[in-house]
Design a protein around this ligand. Structure first.
Ligand code: NOJ
Length: 745
């Protein structure tokens, strides 16, 4: 339905020459026609009437406000029918400025992808970009213009439920993934009907909420902010992210929603960001609770001046900005600048040419069941799985093996997730009516792999959160009948996500007891762990012979798990976060400082930076993940022991597949600056490459190192490098490395 729309006033002067105007000129023309009320309307975003992702404020004749030009954008409105219904109303407003529809398309829309932390474990940037592309293709076909993703918050505290939404603990990996996701969402560029506007969130440092408690305060040095928390945002801005969202937390006492240092000095100033900033849900009004402002009037004042261009759901702007402008407290230039940024995106999306260009029912239908999308999802799902343990090469399982005494082989599938469907989707996913058919369970995935010579047995054992062990007897009896047990445990889909912080991050309920009971049968047990965050499971890690960490893998979860279980895919995932031994170690991350009294190992405790009762090491380190083959690393060879500006050097290792299967290794490069004018981490990731080798095959893997890789923020926040000695580490995890050194002159 083509519907050429332009503001009423402009329409009269809509000549060929007007069509030739650049977007900034068109924006100016529209702005000139707008009343102050209409401008502020553009800065106002409401939740739609059908779904909510935050605490609702009762509205107040939403539809008539749209008609009055008081709403610039809506969230949680999806589907061609609904978006069209509301756009129709916007088209009845005086200037007919189209609405923007935003939605949390975090890891897929119709086809659900692994949760972002899971995808990050694939370290496969191309696959992540493709995943975001699929999400954009499906959501844009359903009338959505804008996703509130990627979430690029660095997170070093697995108690924080929102770790599932990001890329983990490392700024380098996080930046690469931020770029891939922005590119994936925005595709060939805004203006294409399959492009979604991206939104880098939550600006900034939300992932450092004290104690891992959601919405909590953040207090950190500006150096840490710049070095660890901002790089993925900068990467997203550089990749062209159309929008940013600020965050619920205060940063060093100033709420992010009014933080002029973040939004004006850094984002719109230093980084020259041209898009617009939306607040988080109600976060402008929540500054009253923070104790930063007295009421919504002051909240609107602080946020508008601080640089928030659009108010999501707090109603502070719509209620108070007109008055604030009339009183001269918020300058007209502040309003105009915000509105220009918003209108620019609407023009770039082509919505002024055709507000219904995303409202095509045929396209929506065509994207509804796209088998190619499922194949793309399955590809990244299997790459996201991390093999944590595989004693005696228990895995992979044979598809055709026979059982004891040549009898039919029996595989027992046990645990609360063995037949789970929607739990495989994780937080921030949609419930479609046919999920019970579309989403594959582990049981179904296994069933498809094995032939008639294998019989599957099943017992649930317990529910996710059970406190009773009533189902154990049946589970144990089932295990005893079998040749092999696949035991599926973990978190339900709503246990990691927004407002899902947990202080104890073990398996919920009696699940660890179930693992003990099943391992005690003496049968070979493969433990599959579904979760949105790093969990703590020491007993399992120490006693189960094989463990696969599967996160929440999305629509094809069961098939992807079975691909790995039966060796159709040799697992290649590597952890994007350190897995602690206990909550008492949190925050634990690989790129820590050395301290003045570093412990050399866990026996070295006397007046050392250690715990008297606990290891200083994580259970599983950042970058860790096994395969069904092994890789050896030769010594690091440098092209030159001296690095100078303009003269990069290379660091190479010979990587050999020393096992019997082809496999893909993620070769990681870390640097350490031994002496700095501010102390430097013991290791920092600076590069990685994914190398696939046949059994026995070797390859020289080469990284280029330039002075740019040696930069850091000094105490004056200058991004510099300093002469001195550096160590270079290359390996298959942050702990398992070969090393050498060079001098930067
Ligand atoms: C609050 C969340 O923090 C944010 O990430 C999300 O985009 C909004 N709600 C809208 O759902």
């Amino acid at each position: 339905m083509k519907h050429l729309i332009l503001c009423a006033g402009l329409l009269a002067s809509m000549t060929v020459s007007a069509q030739r105007k650049t977007i900034p000129q068109k924006v100016d023309s529209v702005l000139k026609l707008m009343t102050l009320d209409e401008k502020i309307g553009q800065m106002n975003q409401y939740n739609g009437p059908w779904a909510a992702t935050g605490p609702l404020t009762n509205d107040d004749n939403l539809l008539s406000q749209i008609k009055d030009g008081k709403v610039g954008s809506m969230l949680n409105v999806t589907g061609v029918k609904r978006t069209k219904e509301l756009q129709d109303i916007a088209m009845q407003s005086r200037l007919k400025i189209p609405l923007l529809f935003g939605q949390d398309i975090i890891h897929g829309y119709r086809t659900i992808f692994p949760v972002p932390l899971g995808e990050a474990a694939s370290w496969d940037l191309e696959a992540m970009e493709k995943g975001a592309r699929v999400a954009a293709t499906e959501a844009s076909a359903a009338g959505v213009h804008w996703t509130f993703a990627p979430m690029v918050d660095i997170a070093r505290d697995p108690r924080w439920g929102r770790v599932m939404e990001g890329a983990g603990e490392d700024p380098y990996l996080g930046s690469k993934i931020a770029t891939a996701r922005v590119k994936g969402f925005q595709g060939k560029g805004l203006g294409n009907t399959d492009a979604l506007m991206a939104c880098a969130k939550h600006f900034a440092a939300y992932g450092a909420a004290v104690g891992g408690r959601d919405y909590n305060s953040v207090d950190m040095s500006l150096r840490q902010l710049h070095e660890v928390y901002l790089p993925p945002f900068k990467a997203a801005a550089d990749a062209g992210a159309a929008t940013f969202m600020n965050s619920f937390n205060d940063l060093n006492g100033i709420p992010a929603s009014a933080n002029a240092y973040l939004m004006r000095t850094i984002l719109k100033g230093e980084w020259k960001f041209k898009g617009f900033v939306v607040s988080d849900w109600g976060s402008i009004g929540e500054m009253i609770n923070h104790g930063y402002v007295k009421d919504n009037y002051e909240a609107a004042l602080a946020s508008a001046n601080g640089g928030s261009d659009m108010d999501m759901e707090s109603r502070s702007y719509i209620q108070h900005l007109v008055k604030l402008v009339k009183e001269g407290k918020v300058k007209m230039t502040v309003i105009d600048n915000a509105v220009k940024r918003i209108l620019t995106k609407k023009f770039e999306m082509g919505l002024f040419d055709d507000p219904y260009r995303f409202s095509d029912e045929a396209r929506e239908k065509a994207q509804w069941n796209n088998p190619e999308h499922l194949a793309i999802e399955r590809d990244i799902a299997k790459k996201s799985i991390v093999l944590l343990k595989n004693e005696h090469s228990l895995l992979p399982l044979s598809k055709t093996a026979i059982g004891k005494d040549n009898a039919q082989r029996q595989i027992a599938l046990i645990g609360p997730f063995a037949k789970a469907k929607s739990d495989n989707l994780g937080f921030w996913s949609y419930d479609w009516p046919d999920d019970s058919i579309r989403v594959t369970s582990l049981y179904e995935g296994v069933q498809k792999k094995v032939g008639a010579d294998t019989k599957l047995l099943y017992a649930k054992g317990c529910n996710v959160n059970d406190t009773v062990t009533a189902g154990f007897a049946e589970a144990v009896a089932t295990a005893l009948q079998s040749d092999i047990v696949i035991l599926s445990v973990g978190e339900a889909r709503d246990m990691s996500g927004e407002a899902k912080s947990r202080s104890s991050i073990g398996f919920p309920g009696v699940q660890e007891q179930l693992v003990k009971a099943i391992v005690a049968t003496g049968k070979p047990v493969i433990v599959m762990i579904s979760a949105g965050r790093p969990l703590i499971f020491n007993w399992t890690a120490d006693h189960a012979p094989a463990i696969l960490y599967t996160w929440w893998l999305g629509t094809t979860a069961g098939d992807a798990m079975a691909d790995v279980l039966f060796g159709d895919y040799n697992p290649s995932g590597k952890l994007p976060m350190s897995f602690p031994i206990t909550e008492g170690q949190i925050p634990i991350y690989y790129s820590h400082f050395n301290t003045g009294r570093p412990a050399q190992n866990d026996s070295d405790r006397n007046y050392r930076s250690s715990y008297t009762d606990l290891s200083i090491y994580p259970k599983f380190p950042f970058g860790y993940g096994l395969h069904y083959t092994t890789f050896s690393y030769g010594p690091v060879q440098l092209s030159n022991g001296v690095l100078q500006k303009g003269k990069p050097i290379t660091a190479s290792v010979v990587l050999k597949n020393t096992g019997a299967r082809a496999g893909t290794e993620t070769v990681q490069l870390y640097l350490r600056d031994l002496v700095g004018s501010v102390v430097r981490p013991v290791k920092e990731l600076k590069g990685f490459q994914q190398i696939t080798l046949q059994p026995g095959e070797s390859k020289t893997v080469t990284f280029t190192i330039s002075v740019e890789d040696c930069r850091f923020y000094n105490d004056k926040l200058q991004y510099i490098y300093e002469p001195g000695e550096f160590r270079v580490f290359i390996g298959g995890s942050s702990r398992d490395v070969v090393e050498t050194g060079f001098v930067l002159k």
